[in-house]
Each structure stands twice: as C-alpha cells, then as structure tokens.
Design a protein around this ligand. Structure first.
Ligand SMILES: [Zn+2]
Length: 271
C-alpha cells in the first residue's frame, strides 16, 4: 500500500479535522510560504478516507505533486484501501446492468460527508460486499457455493484527472465550481466543472470535466441542488470519463451522466 499515490489528504491538527486538501494546493503553499507549510501542514496529513494512515507530500522532483503513505502507518480496518478493487465485471453490473440507484446516490452523499466534512456514518461508502465462488466448491453436484467478500469501488479526485482514469468506471468527487451550459441545436446539457472562479472578473478557470446530461436526465436533475447554474460546491458522481478524441481539444474530459441519481452536489456558495 505504501507506493500508492494519493491526490488529496485530510489535514488534522490536535485531533481536529481541518479540511481536505489537494496535493496541487499544498504544493502551491509549500512553494509560496514554506513556514506555513512546515508549521500548519507537513506533519498533519492523513488518508482522506479513514484519517488514520499518515501521508506526506511529494513535490519538486516529481512532475505531478501527490501524497504518499508514510512507512509503518496503517489504515483503519474499514478503510477501502485495505481491500482489493471490485472486478470490472461486477462494477459494470453496478453501473450498467442492474444499478441500485438509491443506494448509489446514498454512497455519493456519504463520500462528500466523509471526505470534506469528516462525517463517518458506519461502514465506508467505498466498500461493497460482493459474492465470490467458494474455493473447492463442487462442480459435479452442479451447486456452486458462494461466499461474500469486501471490495473497494475505485475513486478519483475530479480536479486531478489523469489519462489512466479514462474509460474506467469510477466514483469521481471534488470541490469545484460548476456551470450549466445548454448545447446549441441539440437536446443536451453540459455541467462544466472548474477548479476555480475569479470573483473580480467573474470568470471560471481550470475546466477539468464536462458532464453531459440528456434532456431526459436533466428533467430529474432539475429537482436537485445540482441545478443551480453557477455555484461553488462539493460534487460526487458515478461515471466513465471518455477519452477526448479531438486532438486539438485536450483541455478537458467528457463524461455522460447515465442517471440523475449518479450525481450529487452540495452547494457551498451560489456565485
Ligand atoms: Zn485510509
């Protein structure tokens, strides 16, 4: 587990959760204000999910800043980092073939609570129980014995997407600025997610992902806080981000929102 790269970490001081911070933001603090970095952050970084395993920032020699896990530090028993990833076949069933929309929506809401507000509500929202064939289960009798094991759902911070995240079903989450844009001449909506917003010029910057929403799904989204056009928010969605086929437009990624329940937004500020 120690070679894992974390894009974000929890900042905990004197046993109090302060915030979730991205490696990019902390690298920026380290570059601008080394004293603040040393005093306020350096020794206060933990796994963003369980807040137990210690992390440290890797910045400078690496091209992309990220957090790594400190040696001899462990995750909470329930942390999804302790479990193998769910198989892509089982994930496909959860996403495509037979989704439990209500259950998935609940997980997304809990992920925002866990990562950004340190609200722990029972078991990890990133851990699922999946059936597995029992070893040595008899094939001659035709009865396949099954057992259940825990597995983790892959997640990724939407503000630090990489090529390795493309064409894979994951839960994406982050603190973003969103804007709804209706496509011209077609019945699609675009939920644009940005890393920042300039209060002075009233402009968004750092477009990181574009969630494509059909008119049909948009009718359901309309009834939720995601519908507020310009807002600063926490977001979580379940999706598969596509590779951007256009060579001249590598600036952001597209993802089709399959169901309205696969998206949740918690408004921080209406812009
Ligand atoms: Zn953990």
């Amino acid at each position: 587990m120690s070679n894992l790269r974390f894009p974000d970490a929890s900042v905990i001081r004197n046993s109090h959760f302060i915030m979730n911070i991205t490696a990019d933001k902390l690298a920026d603090i380290q570059n601008r204000d080394i004293l603040s970095y040393e005093n306020d952050y350096r020794n206060n970084l933990y796994c963003p999910e369980c807040n137990k395993a210690k992390l440290f920032l890797r910045n400078g020699t690496e091209k992309i800043p990220h957090f790594s896990q400190s040696k001899n530090s462990f995750h909470d028993d329930d942390c999804s980092l302790n479990f193998d990833r769910i198989s892509s076949k089982k994930l496909q069933i959860m996403y495509n073939d037979n989704p439990d929309e209500y259950e998935i929506h609940n997980r997304l809401k809990k992920i925002i609570g866990l990562f950004f507000r340190n609200n722990k509500t029972g078991s990890s929202p990133l851990v699922v129980s999946v059936s597995k064939k029992k070893k040595g289960s008899s094939s001659s009798s035709g009865i396949v014995e099954e057992t259940h094991v825990k597995a983790s759902i892959p997640r990724r911070l939407v503000t630090s997407l990489r090529d390795e995240d493309l064409n894979k079903i994951k839960i994406f989450y982050g603190e973003v600025y969103i804007q709804w844009v209706k496509s011209q001449n077609c019945s699609l909506w675009n939920l644009r997610m940005y890393k920042g917003y300039n209060e002075h010029s009233k402009k968004f910057f750092g477009l990181c992902c574009n969630l494509i929403v059909t008119d049909k799904v948009h009718n359901y989204v309309k009834k939720t806080p995601s519908y507020i056009c310009n807002q600063h928010c926490y977001i979580a969605f379940f999706g598969e981000i596509e590779e951007n086929k256009s060579k001249n437009n590598k600036a952001y990624y597209n993802c089709l929102l399959k169901r309205s329940e696969f998206l949740t937004v918690e408004t921080l500020q209406v812009l």
